[in-house]
Design a protein around this ligand. Structure first.
Ligand SMILES: Cc1cc2nc3c(=O)[nH]c(=O)nc-3n(C[C@H](O)[C@H](O)[C@H](O)COP(=O)(O)OP(=O)(O)OC[C@H]3O[C@@H](n4cnc5c(N)ncnc54)[C@H](O)[C@@H]3O)c2cc1C
Ligand code: SF4
Length: 551
């Protein structure tokens, strides 16, 4: 069921671009509030039967993600370098976006994350700033997200978390071997492990079944509907209202404006590559931290010569992503980590920045196993392992069942030069300019990753690992947490949207997704993206009821 069929010439109340973490929430909230909604999603609308356990298709070839052959991107470290064609970022490209195949770590940001600039002071070479919202402003919306979507966890178990008004709706997931070893080791070191909060159902909830621990979780879609993606949680509610039409396979190329500078709708390619203009009274852009600024830059006009909503010149700037370090350990007995979800235990003891460390930054650390069999054979063994022959096969047999890893999730500072712009040469399969990423790490972010890697080694040792190995933190990996690029703030000169995600320059344009982030906290952005979306939807609905949109 795709809901009603609105004519493109009919101006719907809200046109939502992108149906991922934020777009799904906006669709449900706005249609439930009585408004007519069209959702345009470039990717397909997949069903449970589509979510098979084909490792090559999903894990090796990224079958649920953006395809760099069709939508290429380019990368350079600074604007003096030529940009090379490189897959610099990954996101979920289907109805439900990245929530369909994500690892589902669902951390709330800490109280201090929203005011770190006041706490630690400005950091040279960055646009480090406080957020225009506080944890207290967001707390009710975190809670709403947890109950609406279905989150498992243990409220109060993380001693560093801010106050919460309600416990999690579902108990934590059963602990895995990696979680048991991690818990013992971190307690021995005087740290505070807690059950990982995850967007996965530990028990049946809201008509959906609980996780069956199938083991094909990160990168895969869930055929049990136990992963709390927007595809299976809120989008079906939006469609049931009878006021929301979902159009998959519709790739938006431009947001249009009138002579007054108000948006009038968006032009998209449908699945047959026909160009269609859908009218709307307001547009809600939820295409993520890369595609939202790309679309705004593509939507330039006489009135908005630098791109839509870009009078500050900051659209596309302050790109932040998922820094961290990865270390693995071999254990004496089988851990059989290939079962179930990726993560069951976490620590936040090193989360808060501490000036005594000599750099800004900190992070969370979780225990996990990120590999499937073919991926492990390609990249799971230590560097010094044989690459073929009997020795290689013996090692694969021994290591696959006895390995666990620790991943840290650390700070990514907002640097103005780290950005997405339109590549002047490379085009996608529709002839639109590719996203060009310019990104260089801040020295403090590198220092934080190295420091955390030392802590990860300590924990693996305390857990009894027989052998420990780690990739250098300099190793480039495509980023998956896309933050910044349309930052929120009170001052239109230094931000793109206000505290409710409304574009400063355009009265009826809202940009609601990971692009709004002012700082990156310690990654796992989806809980905060969705809490911000619930809050923005509530505000937007009040404005629309008062007839205040478009003025
Ligand atoms: C492998 C992987 C693991 C992850 N694990 C975690 C985790 O454990 N915890 C966590 O917090 N985060 C995780 N993430 C990140 C998480 O997926 C994102 O934070 C989240 O989905 C972002 O929500 P969003 O609404 O900003 O964008 P998205 O969810 O990316 O949604 C954007 C949607 O817009 C669509 N779109 C884009 N451009 C257009 C266009 N021009 N026209 C029409 N549609 C368009 C896209 O196809 C997509 O469906 C992970 C990501 C990946 C890839
Ligand atoms: S491990 Fe659980 S949540 Fe993950 S895909 Fe399998 S059944 Fe779904």
């Amino acid at each position: 069921m795709s809901g009603p069929a609105f004519r493109p010439s009919h101006a719907v109340d809200f046109l939502i671009i992108g149906s991922g973490g934020a777009g799904g929430v906006m669709a449900k909230e706005l249609s439930s509030a009585g408004f007519s909604v069209v959702v345009l999603e470039q990717g397909p609308w997949l069903k449970e039967k589509d979510f098979t356990h084909d490792e090559i298709k999903y894990s090796v070839r990224g079958g649920l993600m953006n395809d760099s052959d069709v939508q290429p991107s380019t990368f350079r470290e600074n604007d003096g370098q030529p940009a090379k064609r490189l897959r610099a970022f990954e996101y979920g490209r289907q109805v439900g976006g990245g929530t369909v195949h994500f690892t589902a770590n669902y951390w709330r940001f800490h109280e201090t994350d929203f005011r770190e600039c006041s706490l630690f002071g400005a950091i040279p070479g960055t646009g480090f700033a406080d957020w225009p919202v506080t944890y207290a402003d967001l707390e009710p919306w975190y809670t709403k997200a947890e109950y609406d979507l279905g989150i498992s966890g243990q409220g109060g178990a993380n001693p560093f978390e801010g106050p919460r008004s309600r416990p999690y709706p579902l108990p934590p997931m059963p602990v895995k071997s990696s979680g048991v070893l991690f818990e013992r080791a971190t307690r021995k070191l005087g740290l505070h492990p807690f059950p990982a909060p995850v967007a996965i159902l530990s028990q049946p909830y809201a008509g959906r079944g609980a996780c069956t621990h199938c083991g094909f979780c990160e990168i895969f879609g869930c055929e049990m509907r136990a992963k709390s993606s927007t595809l299976v949680s809120v989008i079906p509610v939006a469609l049931k209202t009878g006021r929301c039409e979902l159009r998959p396979g519709c790739y938006v190329r431009r947001i249009r404006t009138d002579s007054q500078g108000r948006v009038t709708g968006a032009v998209y390619f449908d699945s047959r590559r026909r160009e269609i203009f859908q009218r709307a009274k307001a547009v809600v852009l939820c295409a993520n931290g890369i595609e939202s600024p790309r679309l705004l830059l593509q939507s330039k006009s006489k009135r908005f010569p630098e791109g839509l909503a870009n009078s500050s010149g900051l659209v596309g700037k302050y790109l932040m992503w998922d820094n961290g370090a990865f270390a693995s350990g071999l254990f004496e007995h089988p851990l059989n980590e290939f079962k179930s979800i990726q993560v069951t235990r976490v620590i936040h003891d090193y989360y808060r920045a501490d000036p005594a460390r000599g750099f800004y930054g900190g992070g969370g650390i979780d225990a996990r196993f990120d590999f499937y069999p073919a991926g492990f054979a390609l990249a799971g063994l230590p560097e010094d392992a044989p690459k073929w022959g009997d020795g290689y096969k013996r090692m694969l047999r021994e290591y696959f069942t006895r390995t666990m890893s620790l991943l840290s999730h650390s700070t990514s500072l907002p640097r103005e030069k780290n950005s997405i712009t339109l590549d002047p040469e490379v085009k996608d399969a529709w002839g639109l300019p590719a996203a060009r990423i310019t990104f260089a790490q801040h020295p403090d972010d590198m220092a934080a990753m190295r420091w955390l890697l030392g802590k990860q080694r300590e924990i693996l040792e305390a857990a009894g690992a027989k052998k420990i190995w780690a990739a250098p933190v300099e190793t480039f990996h495509p980023t998956r947490h896309l933050m910044g690029t349309c930052r929120m703030g009170n001052d239109p000169k230094t931000s793109v949207v206000n505290a409710f995600s409304k574009a400063h320059d355009v009265p009826n344009l809202f940009i609601v997704d990971g692009s709004n982030f002012v700082t990156s906290a310690r990654q796992q952005p989806t809980a905060t993206i969705q809490a911000l979306a619930y809050r923005a939807a509530d505000h937007l609905a009040s404005l629309a009821r008062l007839g205040d949109l478009g003025r």
